[in-house]
Design a protein. Structure first.
Length: 689
């Protein structure tokens, strides 16, 4: 049943000088020492890869990044920029001589140019807001980018002017937008993202779009550099039908905007072919399902004819890039792994990589970057479960890893081994895939506590990718089980939509069957079962403790507890109502309540901790507070951990990731079996946190 996944033999790669060093398990402090690669780009000859090297600034408790280069044979690996800055989004000029990139080294993100022949770089923009989506014109004379443009709207009511020197209260804020706050951004400022161009010599940028629509998308230059393609929702009902975006073309000559695609659903990520004749983009016909596969389409710019590209069957395309005028490379998730394939348009394809990923440090989610060379080679971010993203090259499927960014750390750590598991769900016999992380020094003849860790989304997937949280749980002595129950992506549209308008539901059975499968192996102590998960996984954790008492303790992170209150307070209320339910809360109250963990709070006996960021606007902390108060009213052992300044990405900063894991392990430690010497909280009294 089990197939041990391949992993890098870190000890074999370690320098002799490390032989005498003390080997230990993965620790909290190690989070600050993790590095990973992202956003690779080839030079014009395909002999050098430029990429972003990400690292942690321990003093600032922030992720930082610099630009690096490495030859494809692994030699000449050196930095192009340095310092505790965020240098990112490198884009090579058409002549191959200059890298454009965005950096905050002047205090605010700005566009910079770096000359590769002498290593000098220059800030060419002085923008009031942060630029993004930078893209060279084909002739190298200009750079296009998007940027937020503030707007000022006066209050609709007339207030008296305050006397000179008076200290009145701050004026009220008048909100009339459907989406008025967004997770990670807080309460939205008045304004919209617009498209700009700036000369490669700097100067004043020219704004190409305006109005009440957001134009924050990938940009693509036309064949003659006289227009830009972008994605936006410019429909009159854009606030109500928020997924209905199209591809547009804006002229640099007269500023006219032309709609290029027309269908109900999201069309995005435009890329023009090298010869400028065709436009490729992603999207789908929106049927208001919980999950749709994103497909790849190509538009002939002269005839206006559009055709779908046959990609991996029943899988969603993640990203893509033109290899030449006849071939496209694209990424997709398949059974928990991220693959990259090279497709001949109208012909066959070849999978070039099956182990892409490593960009999500906390939990084993997908996320990979890749680039193509003119010689048919791809550079991509690679992960094998015991390392964050390293750079690897693949030619015809032959993979060579060319970086060891964590070679100074991983040889000194005993990392958890990751093993795949497949089992049948007790609900309908469907095969469910998952992974087991074993504590260092695992002995199958001993008994171990089991920690079930559940992914969020719920339309997402876990896989055999590096995850600091999983490694830390295993280092603490837990066998960690993480699975892809029904509703997970990478198994096709039908499997994902088994929870359409029905979440949580039988995904509970899928998870419990995974626990049963591991218990049957004989090395799990049934008296030491624990469960946690975040976001959708937090919702399922809260659902689980309302359905069973087999877990000794649970930690519910950033959950939805009450679907009625959630859809009325979450940042994208309209999306959740339209795609996750068949009607409004007042139209179908029983459906909302049937699927709400709060409905089953009266059944709970499991000690349950709640953990959420105080600035979470995706699953607002009011959801956590409701469940906490319900458990307190029932005198169930509970505690609430609030992470100051954290949004839904609760572990965005290194110290927050550590605090999250430490809180989970603390709570579980309080509820070890009494014979282990743990002080189990009784009589409704919560442990002191």
């Amino acid at each position: 049943m089990y197939r041990l996944l391949n992993s890098i033999a870190f000890m074999a790669l370690a320098l002799p000088a490390l032989a005498a060093a003390e080997i230990s398990d993965f620790q909290y402090e190690d989070v600050f020492n993790l590095e990973y690669a992202s956003d690779p780009h080839f030079d014009g000859r395909g002999e050098t890869v430029f990429y972003v090297r990400n690292f942690m600034d321990k003093m600032a408790d922030r992720k930082r990044s610099n630009l690096w280069r490495i030859d494809t044979d692994g030699d000449n690996h050196r930095p192009l920029t340095s310092g505790n800055y965020s240098d990112h989004s490198p884009r090579l000029s058409p002549d191959g001589e200059v890298l454009a990139f965005i950096s905050d080294r002047s205090g605010k993100p700005q566009i910079h140019l770096l000359w590769l022949d002498n290593g000098r770089f220059l800030q060419i923009s002085h923008l009031p807001e942060s630029p993004s989506n930078i893209q060279w014109s084909r002739d190298g004379s200009k750079l296009a980018f998007t940027m937020f443009v503030p707007e000022s709207k006066p209050l609709p009511v007339k207030l008296p002017e305050k006397p000179e020197g008076a200290k009145w209260a701050e004026s009220p804020r008048f909100i009339d937008r459907a989406t008025y706050r967004a997770d990670g951004r807080g309460y939205l400022k008045q304004g919209h993202n617009q498209v700009f161009v700036i000369s490669h010599e700097g100067g004043t940028p020219r704004q190409l779009t305006a109005g009440e629509f957001d134009h924050n998308s990938r940009l693509a230059w036309s064949k003659d550099d006289d227009a830009l393609y972008f994605s936006a929702n410019r429909h009159p009902d854009h606030e109500l039908e928020m997924m209905n975006s199209e591809i547009y073309k804006v002229s640099l000559v007269d500023g006219e905007i032309e709609q290029v695609t027309e269908r109900f659903g999201p069309d995005s990520s435009p890329r023009v072919s090298p010869d400028g004749e065709r436009l490729a983009y992603l999207g789908f016909e929106d049927r208001k399902l919980g999950y749709h596969n994103a497909g790849l389409r190509i538009l002939d710019l002269e005839s206006g004819q559009t055709r779908a590209v046959d990609t991996a069957k029943d899988r969603s395309v993640g990203d893509f890039a033109w290899a030449d005028n006849k071939r496209i490379a694209y990424s997709y998730d398949d059974s928990g792994s991220t693959k990259i394939a090279l497709k001949r348009i109208g012909g066959g394809e070849k999978v070039l990589a099956s182990d892409a990923g490593g960009l999500s440090l906390g939990r084993p989610y997908p996320g990979a970057d890749f680039a193509l060379s003119g010689r048919g080679e791809i550079a991509y971010t690679r992960t094998l479960g015991q390392q964050p993203a390293e750079l690897a090259l693949s030619r015809n499927g032959n993979v060579r890893q060319i970086t060891e960014l964590n070679g100074d750390l991983m040889p000194l750590r005993n990392m958890a081994q990751i093993e795949e598991i497949r089992y049948e769900s007790s609900h309908d016999g469907r095969e469910i895939q998952g992974w087991v992380a074993y504590p260092p020094g695992f002995d199958p003849q001993q008994k171990y506590p089991l920690l079930l860790e559940i992914h969020g989304g719920p339309f997402a997937n876990y896989g055999p990718r590096f995850a600091a949280e999983i490694q830390l749980y295993a280092a603490a002595g837990y066998v960690v089980l993480y699975t892809n129950p029904r509703g997970s992506t990478s198994y096709g549209q039908e499997f994902a939509n088994l929870i359409h308008h029905n979440y949580p539901s039988q995904d509970y059975d899928d998870l419990m069957s995974g626990v049963d499968t591991l218990v049957d192996q004989g090395y799990i102590d049934e008296d030491r079962l624990y469960v946690t998960g975040g976001s959708g996984g937090g919702t399922l954790t809260a659902w689980i403790v309302g359905k069973t008492d087999r877990f000794r303790a649970a930690v519910v992170a950033k959950p939805v507890i009450n679907w009625e209150s959630f859809v009325l307070t979450a940042d994208y209320s309209r999306f959740f109502v339209d795609y996750w339910f068949a009607g409004m809360p007042w139209e179908e109250p029983e459906n909302y309540r049937r699927r709400s963990p709060l409905t089953y709070a009266g059944n709970i006996t499991t000690p349950t901790m709640l953990l959420t960021g105080e600035q979470d606007y995706r699953t607002p902390i009011s959801e956590t507070e409701q469940f906490y108060q319900a458990l307190k009213l029932r005198q169930i052992d509970t505690a609430m951990v609030r992470i100051p300044g954290a949004s839904h990405g609760i572990a965005a900063r290194p110290s927050q990731l550590i605090a999250k894991v430490a809180s989970v392990l603390y709570w579980f430690d309080q509820y070890k079996p009494a014979e282990e010497g743990a002080q189990v909280a009784m009589d409704g009294e919560s442990p002191d946190t």
